[in-house]
Design a protein around this ligand. Structure first.
Ligand SMILES: Cc1cc2nc3c(=O)[nH]c(=O)nc-3n(C[C@H](O)[C@H](O)[C@H](O)COP(=O)(O)OP(=O)(O)OC[C@H]3O[C@@H](n4cnc5c(N)ncnc54)[C@H](O)[C@@H]3O)c2cc1C
Length: 412
């Protein structure tokens, strides 16, 4: 077992850290402040495009894509640490074209898109000139069970007709969001996992309407945000269906595996930042005549945070390794990280907020936004309970198999 990062990861990491320190860090705080003062925050400020050009020129672009024809050609294990580093910042993922949901949507197009779909949508997404959203969740049904989706994508001759209401469509508020991946019911008579299709919907198609932008615990997450959107009699050529009718579940599975590793590694980066801020605050601020670090159980809290972050990182990199090696064990591992990491990050950030006192809950520090991001990821990509259900199911199956083989063993 070799815990050292690959030479490519080490080389890219050096470049990424230098880029973040030189270009991103000095601009991030003023950027966030300016966005907060805007009455219309659904804008791309020039600094973002400027930084995107620089990241592209430095080869820090599309690092998430394992397919060398389109991206950096890194394995999930190699990309994970870079995602962690990007996760310290709210803007670096977009600046390096490694932000959700575009990453997942690009992966879908690489794996399942037709040559025409790739030309039309993948090329500009890879170039960073447009952005996208993923529309699965619906306000009217429990969407943690994806077989519940009621919105429809019905074939009518050589067209597909779309109707329904979606919400929590991340990224839909971005001025450059041009295409949506919509999941809808095509054939209610097919088996449970072949009823739904995924369709590429240009956002300006007649019948598509963004009804409102939602707040996540008070944060708009502009300029991408999360929207509620209606689809009323939206007509598209049937060639807009990805993969083919009824393929939505197969595509969703493929989309979510690496995406969960990316999310989790970015959250680990955020937890690292929170711990760093906590240590700084605890060392510099004095109460009752002593630095906060020497009061109460604060040293233990800091130690526990370090242990929790390092444990989580090992779990995620192991899941990434299982994905890279196409091991059947990856399914349980992906569910495990999806439960473990957001809960860990939420606890670590909460500890850092507490050490900051009132300041920790203000927007003067990135902690309130970090806590919200961790909390949201206990729901986005499926609630904790659903993932625990998968882990328990696999564990019980394993136990049943072991019992069966013991019972059929020699002498019994
Ligand atoms: C910030 C954010 C961004 C998001 N981005 C997107 C996006 O880009 N695209 C998109 O389509 N969706 C997105 N979502 C939606 C997210 O994926 C759903 O909210 C999630 O899948 C849960 O669906 P639901 O809200 O309908 O909850 P429900 O399905 O109604 O579930 C509610 C609760 O029921 C309980 N529950 C459900 N199933 C079980 C179970 N098996 N065992 C025990 N308890 C259970 C859990 O406590 C669960 O939280 C986002 C959500 C957030 C908060």
């Amino acid at each position: 077992m070799d815990f050292q990062y690959s030479t490519r990861t080490q080389e890219l990491m050096q470049r990424l850290i230098a880029f973040q320190e030189r270009e991103v860090d000095p601009r991030e705080e003023p950027y966030q402040r300016e966005l907060l003062t805007r009455s219309n925050p659904w804008v791309v400020l020039p600094v973002i495009e400027e930084l995107k050009d620089k990241a592209k020129a430095e080869g820090l672009w599309n690092l998430f894509l394992p397919d060398e024809r389109y991206g950096a050609g890194l394995s999930n294990v190699e990309y994970g640490p870079l995602a962690e580093r990007m996760g310290r910042s709210q803007i670096t993922p977009e600046i390096c074209n490694c932000n959700a949901p575009d990453t997942g949507n690009m992966e879908v197009l690489v794996q399942f898109g037709s040559p025409e779909q790739r030309d039309e949508w993948l090329t500009p997404l890879l170039d960073g000139s447009i952005r996208s959203a993923f529309c699965m969740t619906e306000p009217d049904v429990a969407s943690s069970d994806a077989t519940n989706m009621q919105a429809t994508a019905v074939l009518d001759g050589d067209e597909v007709v779309i109707n329904g209401r979606k919400w929590w469509s991340t990224g839909i508020g971005h001025p450059n969001c041009k295409v949506l991946i919509f999941m809808g019911l095509t054939d209610p008579k097919a088996d449970r996992y072949h009823q739904h299709s995924m369709v590429l919907v240009p956002i300006d198609t007649p019948g598509v309407k963004v009804e409102r932008m939602l707040e996540t615990m008070g944060f708009l997450d502009a300029p991408g945000g999360h929207g509620e959107v209606t689809f009323t009699g939206v007509r598209l050529p049937a060639t807009a269906i990805i993969g083919g009718p009824g393929q939505a579940f197969e595509i969703a599975q493929a989309r979510l595996g690496p995406g969960r590793v990316h999310h989790c590694m970015r959250l680990i980066g955020l937890a690292e930042l929170a711990l760093e801020l906590a240590c700084r605050r605890a060392s510099e601020r004095v109460a009752f005549g002593r630095p906060l670090a020497k009061l109460g159980g604060n040293r233990e809290r800091i130690a526990d945070a370090r242990i929790a972050i390092d444990q989580a990182r090992l779990l995620v990199l192991h899941a990434a390794w299982l994905i890279d090696n196409k091991s059947p064990e990856m399914y349980g591992a992906i569910s495990q990280i999806k439960v473990a990491v957001p809960n860990m990050a939420q606890r670590v950030v909460d500890m850092a907020m507490q050490l900051h006192g009132g300041a920790g809950l203000s927007n003067d520090f990135p902690l309130a936004a970090a806590w919200t991001a961790a909390r949201a990821l206990r729901l986005a990509d499926g609630p904790d309970e659903v993932h625990r259900g998968v882990i328990a199911k696999l564990e019980l199956e394993r136990s049943r198999k072991a019992l069966r083989s013991w019972r059929s063993g020699p002498g019994r």
